[in-house]
Write a protein that binds this ligand. Structure first.
Ligand code: GLN
Length: 456
């Protein structure tokens, strides 16, 4: 813990930790030492980790990287961070992210963007660690902590993991409690671990998940010992390669990595099968209707009364002016765009044309996956991202769709509620990490992690 705290202090340039909690960390580390000495050490005992700013942590700033939550110190602890604490993990502080987890580059954060510790060979231009869990990815990749929590609504664990050469798993929807995690799009949001290895991910996921009566969508299922399932034996497993993910304009390096990954799994005894997920091309548009729709509803609670900031009002201002001024000042551009899009697609005249249609598409996407799993496919191998990490400032506000295209391989998994893991599998010609994604059957994270282990 002391070494991590020192590393964090010397890495301010990465802007990964946005609220440092050294006193809490040292106190919890001491308690962990005592538990170890007493021979009562749970799995995460004494392991220093970072917590994404989206998780409410009792008495500690929890801002979701938004101006509107400045100064908000929750009275309660999220279930996931509480479980990690109960398992002995030591919180070092809160990690940078895109505002309300909306973004793919960490550039929508009120704290300014986190920076990747990676650089292209012979080029000093700073790169994005990805988003929205950019601070988590940068911190783990730069050895500021041993692991971090992330959340994933459309790729926010897997894309930053791929961009920084670490492992990240989004579990099945309902595996981890969403209680105390600031809501973005409630039917898609899941928490998960971001770690240096598949083994670490298995260990940490076990500590994070489980049934929670405080979240009605959390599943009442036993939590397996994921780590014990890492045998590396994948003989006879059927791995699907979905042809619809072979997109026009995909860089040759990504194609190559993908075939090499398939080869590795074949060499380990798996059978590689060509499959079709026919509705894949509608996933991104459906996601960018459903996620903003839910966000516009979830973010209605930031009204200048219940949480965080209230704008300065003038004499004569009423409740409407208070809402308007507070939300105009407190929300950044991307969040405002999502609220507007969401409100539009939910409005009486457009509900059927957009929101309802997107929900139908979502059902078809889910069915695509159910069909291939029914055919005996155990896991699906795809690239995690369409490119390696891009430069900070390279994608601008002027064309948000460019940024949205980054999520093309990840959003299907959230729409279908499936587990997906990103594993670092190689470097591109500029020396930047690339990741492959494995998608599994619902509730079979153990099996999925074992396949990822064979790819690692
Ligand atoms: N990049 C996607 C978005 O902006 C996904 C974000 C996430 O998974 N939280 O919505």
């Amino acid at each position: 813990t002391e070494a991590c705290l020192k590393a964090i202090d010397s890495a301010d340039a990465l802007n990964a930790f946005v609220h440092k909690t050294p006193e809490i960390a040292l106190e919890r580390a001491k308690a962990a030492d005592a538990r170890i000495q007493a021979g009562d050490a749970p799995a995460m005992c004494g392991l220093p980790i970072g917590i994404k700013d989206l998780f409410c942590t009792k008495g500690v700033d929890s801002q979701a990287a938004s101006g509107i939550l400045e100064g908000f110190k929750p009275e309660y602890e999220s279930t996931v961070s509480q479980q990690l604490q109960d398992s002995g993990a030591v919180m070092l502080g809160k990690l940078n992210m895109d505002e309300f987890a909306m973004g793919s580059s960490n550039e929508t954060s009120v704290y300014g963007n986190a920076v990747s510790p990676w650089r292209r060979e012979g080029d000093d231009a700073p790169l994005t660690p990805g988003g929205s869990s950019g601070g988590s990815a940068a911190a783990v990749a730069a050895d500021l902590c041993l692991a971090a929590t992330g959340t994933d609504t459309g790729g926010s664990i897997r894309q930053p993991a791929a961009f920084t050469g670490i492992t990240g798993i989004k579990p099945t929807y309902g595996r981890c409690s969403r209680w105390g995690v600031v809501a973005f799009a409630s039917s898609l949001d899941q928490a998960g671990p971001m770690t240096k290895s598949v083994r670490d991910a298995a260990m940490m996921l076990e500590a994070m998940c489980g049934h929670d009566p405080k979240d009605s969508t959390s599943a009442d299922l036993a939590v397996p010992n994921f780590e014990a399932m890492l045998t590396g034996d994948i003989k006879g497993k059927k791995i699907g390669i979905p042809r619809e993910y072979r997109m026009d304009g995909m860089p040759a390096e990504i194609e190559k990595l993908w075939s090499e990954g398939a080869e590795m799994l074949r060499a380990a005894g798996a059978e590689i099968v060509d499959i079709s997920l026919p509705h894949t091309k509608y996933a991104l548009p459906a996601y960018y209707v459903i996620a903003p729709a839910e966000a516009s509803s979830n973010l209605a609670r930031y009204d200048g009364v219940r949480y965080g900031q209230r704008a300065t009002l003038e004499a004569g201002d009423g409740i409407t002016e208070m809402y308007e001024k507070t939300r105009a000042a407190g929300f950044g551009h991307e969040v405002q765009r999502r609220v507007m899009v969401g409100t539009y697609v939910l409005s009486a005249g457009f509900y059927d044309a957009y929101y309802n249609r997107a929900r139908k598409v979502r059902t078809l996407i889910k069915k695509d996956f159910e069909d291939v799993f029914a055919q005996g496919i155990d896991a699906i191998l795809t690239p995690a991202t369409p490119s390696a990490a891009f430069g900070l400032g390279e994608m601008t506000d002027a064309d948000p769709v460019q940024m949205y295209l980054n999520d093309v391989f990840t959003v299907t998994v959230n729409l279908a509620g499936l587990p997906g893991v990103s594993v670092p599998t190689g470097l591109d010609s500029k020396g930047l990490p690339l990741g492959l994604q494995l998608i599994g059957r619902p509730w079979e994270e153990g099996d999925l992690l074992n396949t990822a282990y064979a790819l690692e």
